[in-house]
Design a binder for this molecule. Structure first.
Ligand SMILES: [Zn+2]
Length: 113
């Protein structure tokens, strides 16, 4: 008896193996065994607006005025952001900005200091 993993997307148990891939016929999701452990995504390289590679703990500065979602505040161009933390997703930098608190930024709007 083979034990196939349930679909990570819709949790269906009707999955099957197709070579190196697992396939879910219910939602058409395909994945590989390795992607089950999401550790590989930590390897993703995140670059600033100049193409410099960013790492956790870097200090960056903001290259354009950024509106803070849900408020009337604006993070001014040139604002220094210390000790950034890289995360996945659309806004790939997690940080704290003096006077604003915890927030997420896009790497394309910052440059390494
Ligand atoms: Zn599925």
């Amino acid at each position: 008896m083979s034990s196939l993993p349930n679909c990570p997307k819709c949790s269906s148990e009707y999955t099957y193996e197709d070579g190196l891939l697992f396939v879910c016929p219910v939602c058409a999701y395909e994945w590989t065994a390795e992607s089950e452990t999401n550790s590989l995504e930590d390897e993703k390289v995140i670059k600033d607006s100049n193409g410099n590679v960013l790492t956790d703990g870097d200090t960056v500065s903001v290259i354009k005025d950024l509106k803070v979602k849900g408020t009337s505040s604006v993070i001014k161009i040139g604002t220094k952001v210390k000790n950034i933390r890289l995360v996945g997703g659309d806004h790939d930098i997690d940080c704290k900005i003096d006077g604003f608190g915890a927030m997420k930024l896009k790497s394309e709007f910052v440059k390494k200091v």
